[in-house]
Design a protein. Structure first.
Length: 439
């Protein structure tokens, strides 16, 4: 985890104190269930909770000291608890194995992290909807292959991003639910030394589902799906960030990141206003996607378990969620303060001499009786003249001067095909589809 790209709430989920508190809750809830089943004395469970009610400080340094000797993190934690509680601590961990604690804890942490990420997406969705409605009918050029295609509105661009992140929200919620399972099944997952009712009790207390069948570890396909989902969200972040970066290029300059008072863009060139935030988001997205592959490789463990996944998850659990949390917050900030230039959009829309209306003329010619091949030829030969003039010539005027075209279309009919508003007749329909209610 790099502090530069971390926010406190998400970071706290992965701090040792939170991890150890979850470990204690797993052990103590399991102890409660065992006490109810008559496996251990109820008095022992009561004293464990009484100690916990004093809100003891988790002594991370002491636990680390013990682990340096015993070389086992769960044993080190249980030993520290025994130092604090006394003889009753012997009732903890009855019939359980370390993976019961570690895997169930990881499920809780991934659920906590996922819920924060869903909150992040909700904040982004609110901004995207507001900005989309603001620019619902702001004309701009649509591009395919980076080349002018046909008119769109800037609001439609933002509505597309909204729809994509709404899908991401659903993916995140599903991934959180899928990974949130509890396994308290003992060595090799057979419940030989721990009653299945203990697992059910712990799962209910922690807000988790029961893992239907664990092999001492929770199956890692769940985790692979979770981190793959984070990678998809990261890719959506990069898609929108890349759009902003292109729109901020000097020769385009239809929108740009907010440039605050006192901000400097270059150490060498005082005139620069660079898209540094969206470039940063592109890089962060690459990192989050990179965490998906080791999660996929973690699926294939040996037999009932090995720990080849363990070191991987100690990296990717915190790093992927902390990075994505930061990236979503940064993207929300960028889109909230994005500076939009409608006049420049209109200037760019008009700079190629009306070429953006070529399809409408093509269709009008076919409707007037010309073959599609002839219609395409007539429009293209005039369009290429405009293209080669870099927009100095007018497609409308060239078409009105072309006798083969005017033999099929009257000048006023040609002019009608250059109506910009024609392209926006279904914007309301699209907005209703995306936002679920009339704009």
């Amino acid at each position: 985890m790099v502090p530069r790209y971390a926010r406190p709430r998400m970071t706290a989920i992965w701090e040792p104190e939170n991890r150890y508190r979850i470990w204690f809750e797993i052990e103590a809830h399991a102890l409660d269930a065992m006490a109810e089943l008559g496996i251990v004395p109820k008095e022992g469970a009561r004293k464990i909770w009484e100690w916990w009610a004093t809100e003891p400080k988790i002594d991370v340094e002491r636990i680390d000291e013990i682990e340096a000797v015993v070389k086992h993190d769960v044993i080190a934690f249980l030993t520290w608890v025994a130092e604090q509680v006394g003889p009753e601590a012997r009732f903890l961990h009855q019939g359980m194995t370390s993976s019961d604690v570690l895997d169930t804890c990881l499920a809780v942490q991934l659920k906590q992290a996922g819920e924060l990420l869903v909150e992040d997406v909700d904040a982004l969705l609110a901004v995207l909807e507001r900005r989309a409605r603001e620019h619902k009918l702001t004309p701009t050029i649509g591009r395919s292959h980076g080349i002018h295609a046909e008119p769109v509105t800037f609001g439609l661009k933002l509505a597309q991003a909204y729809a994509e992140f709404r899908r991401n929200r659903s993916r995140l919620a599903e991934a959180c639910a899928d990974v949130a399972t509890c396994a308290i099944s003992g060595a090799v997952g057979t419940f030989a030394n721990v009653d299945p009712r203990v697992e059910a009790h712990v799962a209910a207390k922690l807000g988790l589902d029961i893992e239907p069948i664990s092999t001492q570890v929770i199956p890692r396909d769940r985790h692979a799906g979770y981190f793959a989902t984070l990678a998809v969200v990261a890719s959506s972040i990069e898609r929108l960030a890349t759009e902003v970066r292109h729109l901020q290029r000097t020769e385009v300059l239809e929108a740009e990141e907010y440039f605050s008072p006192g901000q400097k863009g270059s150490s060498a060139m005082p005139h620069k206003r660079n898209p540094v935030l969206t470039e940063n988001l592109t890089g962060l997205a690459r990192m989050v996607r990179g965490y998906a592959m080791p999660a996929l490789e973690n699926v294939a463990l040996w037999h009932e378990r090995d720990i080849s996944h363990s070191s991987v998850e100690r990296f990717i659990g915190p790093d992927a969620t902390i990075t994505l949390d930061f990236a979503l917050a940064r993207l929300t900030q960028v889109m909230d303060k994005l500076v939009v230039y409608p006049e420049r959009m209109r200037k760019n829309l008009d700079r190629m001499g009306g070429l953006v209306h070529s399809q409408r003329v093509l269709l009008a010619l076919t409707q007037a009786g010309a073959s599609r091949e002839d219609s395409y030829r007539l429009v293209q030969r005039n369009a290429m003249k405009v293209w080669e003039s870099d927009g100095a010539l007018s497609l409308l005027e060239l078409l009105k001067s072309d006798p083969e075209v005017t033999a099929l279309l009257a000048p006023e009919r040609i002019e009608a095909e250059f109506d910009l508003d024609y392209h926006f007749k279904n914007v309301d329909l699209i907005f209703e589809r995306v936002f679920g209610r009339p704009a």
